[in-house]
Design a binder for this molecule. Structure first.
Ligand code: NAD
Length: 295
C-alpha cells in the first residue's frame, strides 16, 4: 500500500481521502482549516502540521484546492520537498494554463504529474464514484490509475498535460448551456399551457433529450431525485457552475475559440449569482428565466 499526501481536505477532499484510507493506503493530510482536519482524523487520515510535513514520506501527492493560484502556490512549495520521483495528482478544477504550469513545476523537479479533475460532486466523492478526467504522460497515468480507483466510478485518460482540465470545462460548458435551454423550454411550455409532465414525456424520448432534462430536470415532478424537488438545494451550486463557465471562457479566449452560447450562459449565471443565488443548485436558474427571482 502507498503513503499518500492529501492537501486540501474540504467538501470534496475529505471524503476522497477517506476512500483512500478505506482502500488501505496511509494518508497524510493537511488543510488550512482546523475543522477540516478534525473531520479528517475522524476518517482515519493522519493529520499533519503542514503541507511540507505531509509530503515528506509520501510517494503520491494529491491536491484538491479551490483554484489555480492555490495549486501553483502549493506546487511551488512542495516540488522541492517531496521525494524524488513522487507522483503529483491535482484533482482541483482549475484553468488550463495553471494546470500546465503545475505540470511543469512538478516534472521540472523530477516528479510525475497528472491533472485529474472530477465530476460527480460531494455525493460521488463520498460514494467513491467520481469520474476522473486525466491529463499527463502515459507513464504518469499508469501510476495514477490504481491510486484514483478507490475514489472513482470511471477514469478517462484524455491526453497530455492539461487535457483533463480541458475535458472538464468543455463538459461543464455543455451542462451550463443545456440547463438554460431546458429551463427556457419549460418556461415557454408554462406560457403555452403545456404541463411539465407532458413536455418531459415528449422531450425526454425525443431529440431534445439531454442530462439536464432526463436526470436533473429543473422543475419538480418528472424526476423525483432532481434538486427542483427540494427547493433547489445543491447538488451542484450555481457558484461552482459560474466558476467553471468562467474557466471555459478564459480558455476560449486564450485558445481563440468562439463560444457565444458559453459566453451568454456565463452572463446569465453571473446575474443569478449576483442576485444572491450562488448557494442554490444551478438548475434553479429556471426561476431567474421565469422572472421569479430578482429581475
Ligand atoms: P472547499 O473549499 O470545500 O475545499 C478546498 C479546501 O482547500 C479548503 O478546505 C481550504 O481550506 C483548502 N486549502 C486552500 N488553500 C490551501 C493550502 N495552501 N493548503 C492546504 N489547504 C488549502 O472546495 P471543494 O468543494 O472541496 O472543491 C475543491 C475543488 O474541487 C475545487 O476546485 C472545485 O471547483 C472542485 N470541484 C468541486 C465539486 C463540488 O461539488 N464541491 C465538484 C467537482 C469539482
Amino acid at each position: 500500500m502507498t503513503t499518500i499526501a492529501f492537501i486540501g481536505l474540504g467538501n470534496m477532499g475529505n471524503p476522497m481521502a477517506a476512500n483512500l484510507v478505506k482502500a488501505g493506503h496511509t494518508v497524510h493530510g493537511f488543510d488550512l482549516l482546523p475543522e477540516n482536519l478534525k473531520t479528517a482524523s475522524e476518517h482515519g487520515i493522519t493529520v499533519m502540521a503542514s503541507a511540507a510535513a505531509a509530503v515528506k514520506d509520501a510517494d503520491v501527492v494529491v491536491t484538491m484546492l479551490p483554484a489555480g493560484k492555490h495549486v501553483i502556490a502549493v506546487y511551488e512549495e512542495l516540488a522541492t520537498k517531496a521525494k524524488k520521483g513522487a507522483l503529483f495528482i491535482d484533482s482541483s478544477t482549475i484553468d488550463v494554463d495553471s494546470a500546465r504550469r503545475a505540470h511543469s513545476i512538478a516534472t521540472g523537479a523530477g516528479h510525475l504529474s497528472v491533472d485529474a479533475p472530477v465530476s460527480g460532486g460531494t455525493g460521488g466523492a463520498a460514494a467513491g464514484t467520481l469520474t476522473f478526467m486525466a491529463g499527463g504522460s502515459k507513464d504518469a497515468f499508469a501510476k495514477a490509475e490504481p491510486i484514483l480507483k478507490p475514489m472513482a466510478g470511471r477514469i478517462v485518460h484524455c491526453g497530455d498535460a492539461g487535457a483533463g482540465q480541458a475535458a472538464k470545462i468543455c463538459n461543464n460548458m455543455i451542462l451550463g448551456i443545456s440547463m438554460i435551454a431546458v429551463g427556457e423550454a419549460f418556461v415557454l411550455a408554462e406560457k403555452l399551457g403545456l404541463s411539465h409532465q407532458a413536455l418531459f414525456d415528449v422531450a425526454s424520448t425525443s431529440s431534445g433529450r439531454c442530462w439536464s432534462l432526463d436526470t436533473y430536470c429543473p422543475v419538480p415532478g418528472p424526476v423525483p431525485t432532481s434538486p427542483a424537488n427540494r427547493d433547489y438545494q445543491p447538488g451542484f451550486a450555481a457558484a461552482l457552475m459560474l466558476k467553471d463557465l468562467k474557466l471555459a471562457q478564459e480558455a476560449a479566449q486564450s485558445a481563440g475559440a468562439i463560444t457565444p452560447l458559453g459566453a451568454e450562459a456565463t452572463q446569465l449565471y453571473s446575474l443569478f449569482n449576483a442576485l444572491g443565488h450562488g448557494g442554490t443548485d444551478f438548475s434553479g436558474i429556471i426561476r431567474f428565466l421565469r422572472g421569479d427571482v430578482g429581475q
